[in-house]
Design a protein around this ligand. Sequence first.
Ligand code: ATP
Ligand code: MG
Length: 565
Amino acid sequence: MTIRRLPDALVNKIAAGEVIERPASAVKELVENALDAGARAVAVDLRDGGAALVRVADDGHGISAAELPLALERHATSKLAHDEDLDAIATLGFRGEALAAICAVSRFTVTSRARAAASGLRLGGEGGVVSQQLDVPTEVGTTVEVHDLFFNTPARLKFLKAATTELSASLRTVTQLALAHPTVQFRVTNGGRAALTAPAAADLRQRIGALWTWSTAERLLAVEHVEHGVRIAGWASPPDVTRGGRDDIVIIVNGRPVRDPALLQAVLAAYRPLLPRDRFPLVVLAVTMAPADVDVNVHPTKAWVRFRQPRVVQEMLVSALHAALRRPGVVPALGGEANAPTVAMESAGAPISDAGAGASGQAALFHEPVAPYQAARFGRVLGQVQDTFIVATTEDEVFFLDQHVVHERVVFEQVRAQLAAGALPSQALLFPETLELGPAARALLERWREPLERLGFAFEGFGGDSIVLRAVPTLLKGDEPKRLVEGAVEELADPKVTAPTIDRALAFVACRAAVKASTPLALEEMQRLVADLETTETPYFCPHGRPIVSRVSMHDIRRELKRTW
Ligand SMILES: Nc1ncnc2c1ncn2[C@@H]1O[C@H](COP(=O)(O)OP(=O)(O)OP(=O)(O)O)[C@@H](O)[C@H]1O
Ligand SMILES: [Mg+2]
């Protein structure tokens, strides 16, 4: 066996196999080069979905005539000057591979005029060999034409799919880059016909409007979260705006659309309780962080990245989405039919003259549900599983609701509404309890005293040797008082709970007051619970952030059971 050094042309062809998989890869590399060159407008023209021609023209800073031949060589780049630059990459390209790879497997021309130059230079050739060189009058910027991609790599050529499939792949690529760079103008044509048009936008939402329609953009929820030097900002769909696939979940890291399975899972996890299994959200999130905290040099297509602290980014993303999704009014309101009779009953039954605002507010809060089941979001209650989950169904879905968490959410919102009108009713203890607490627990209780007392607890003797419990919220009068305080200390000592807030104390009270798992319920009790849940602002998460509902779509069930109707 003889070992031989491979000729350059063959080396380039092999390397090209990794970087350029299909026309969309060439589109991606060329558009990235345009963006790195500071282009304000990028035009992509395709023929046969890119198999016959990919042409990318930009108005960026261009390449000087002296440097143009070098740009086509492997390992030639203007983007890395020193070793350490590789540790903090701020451009989309950095390896000096893309142009060489594209030229190695096509018939190409590259035309460029640098900003300072009077005219441009065009290099042309095929299979990586330059055979023509021409001075040409042209605008400042760069145009790369790639004809007959893979003409000299028949194995790869065979794997090209139908022109429409290749076109969609290119459109997906450009869409993602256009979302990552909203202020740049993008235009794609195929066979001379416009396939994508995105004028320079003022911001991301405008860009989403141009790409995904204005009516969709209007419905999206703003997402914004800054922590640990990382910023997550973008737009996410409410649960009633969905797609059948994951294509419209776009995650951008420092201007680069990335494929990161863990971040994708984080997005799906944030939506899980809100969507049936076969529906997906629309999400565009731009993650911005110090370039040194993310390694982009991990995959030939540069679509994968590695974070220095992946968990931090994943958790931030989930909480950023949760914050957006839990905003009041996000989840679609109940159908008009369900509410109409209630309104009619109230206005007929309560003369306006002697019913104060407080009284009618209270009545609305605890009103008996009027025909809530037909138009209800969770449909008809069927029964209980394992004395813990309530099963309900609509035409389209089956829901499993965790009864404890359902009740927690209901109590939480009812009590919060009551609090807005004043302190909660309190039950004085017949025999005040002296609490035996360690110093840490005493300090914690003192910190939380104010919110706990607003909820109906009454303490005495802070600063002395022992704290005395004089009253508990009426809602919790069935609980053993001492155990109640121990429970509060335990839960509020959780390191994730930082500053004392009324909502956090309230979440504790709601949890204690709520019906427990493994408790048999009568059908009417379950119906009442689910009807109450539907009137809450956030029927999908408990006050601690745990999901309330698991859902299965009938569509999935039919498919699995091979039912044709
Ligand atoms: N559209 C363009 N406008 C201006 N300069 C360009 C353009 N395209 C390429 N260049 C120049 O040519 C060089 C080589 O481009 P190429 O895409 O091969 O490598 P790269 O972008 O540096 O790295 P990568 O292989 O990761 O894309 C670039 O570093 C840049 O200086
Ligand atoms: Mg490049």
